[in-house]
Write a protein that binds this ligand. Structure first.
Ligand SMILES: *Cc1c(COP(=O)(O)O)cnc(C)c1O
Length: 321
């Protein structure tokens, strides 16, 4: 099984290498064409959240050994989440809520960002390579990434957030982060400016200078397949919980409605559907910065508009990955 850039078929990478590189050299994201053949039957999932995680991650990242995946799952979810179900499904009226907020920073991004460093450190082990993570944040990614990467051997992390563009709690969460390998900086501008600054770093001579010292500059933004794959898990696990609770029959199709900024999370839902999860509709929920839903409706990506600061800053995005 190989991963290639969304912009070319030339480079064919293993999942280990795709996790380490994050973003393809041509600016594309790493994807695979083999999802439909990989088929995961939700009826075959056993062993709670950890079991679902081992199965889905083992399928999407097949050149990690079963021991590596099991170790990563235990380190990421073994005792870091406040709820034993990790991401419990609860009933609200006639609908159900997938509670993704029981992780160490209370952001849903913990689910992915507790796992990504575990995958990266296992892919690095024995290679002599080191990683530097540079990440822009609109509030939630930064703290969740810092928490996931803090003191992970062989990896350093720098987080850039827009000055005044994150909540007071998010700023304090980041500014007080513990760890020998973490740096946090505020940039003048909005999230898109911070994201552009980080993307410019990737295109700058710094990348080659680090490479000469066997250090790979990479990202923890939602463009990394090692961050997307752990999100596919909770779509399958939500379905498992609903069938085990007798809410739905095995094979019955369900809808997911997903709050959406960069479309990373809902892309994971599409991966799940393509892998065979009985999903009827994926409904995207936007806030006032609905450039991507406009794009899907009109076919035109028109970013010539002002960024609106909302009470959901993690969705305040105009320049999507
Ligand atoms: C990051 C974030 C989003 C947007 O997620 P995407 O994967 O970029 O679509 C939405 N809501 C919250 C609370 C977030 O932290």
């Amino acid at each position: 099984m190989r991963y290639h850039s969304t912009r070319s078929l030339v480079q064919q990478l293993t999942s280990r290498e795709a996790v380490l590189q994050g973003l393809a050299a041509d600016g594309g994201l790493f994807v695979t064409d083999e999802l439909p053949e990989l088929h995961i039957d939700p009826a075959s999932l056993t062993g709670g959240y950890a079991g679902a995680a081992r199965r889905v991650l083992g399928t999407l990242l097949p050149d990690f050994s079963a021991e590596e995946i099991a170790g990563a799952v235990e380190a990421a979810y073994g005792n870091t989440f406040a709820d034993p179900a990790v991401t419990p499904v609860t009933k609200i009226g006639s609908m159900h809520l997938l509670e993704l907020y029981h992780g160490p920073t209370a952001a849903f991004k913990d689910v992915a960002l507790q796992m990504l460093p575990q995958l990266m450190s296992r892919a690095l082990a024995g290679t002599g390579r080191r990683l530097v993570i540079a990440t822009a944040t609109s509030g939630d990614t930064g703290k969740a990434a810092l928490e996931g990467f803090a003191d992970v051997p062989g990896i350093g992390i720098a987080v850039f957030y827009p000055d005044g563009g994150v909540s007071a709690i998010q700023r304090l969460q980041m500014a007080t982060q513990k760890g020998v390998n973490v740096e946090v900086a505020a940039l003048r501008g909005n999230f898109d400016d911070a994201q552009s600054a980080v993307k410019a770093l990737f295109a700058s001579p710094l990348k080659a200078e680090l490479a000469a010292r066997n250090i790979t500059l990479t990202s923890a933004n939602s463009i990394n397949i090692g961050r997307l794959a752990p999100q596919v898990v909770y779509y399958f696990d939500a379905y498992r919980q609903l069938t085990e609770a007798g809410v739905i029959r095995q094979g019955e199709r369900i809808d997911f409605c997903v709050p959406t900024g960069n479309y990373g999370d809902v892309l994971a839902g599409w991966f799940a559907k393509t892998l065979g999860l009985p999903v009827r509709r994926l409904i995207v929920a936007s806030n006032a910065n609905h450039v991507l839903s406009d794009f899907l409706e009109t076919g035109v990506y028109d970013r010539r508009r002002d960024l609106v600061r909302t009470s959901s800053p993690s969705m305040d995005i105009l320049v999507s990955s």
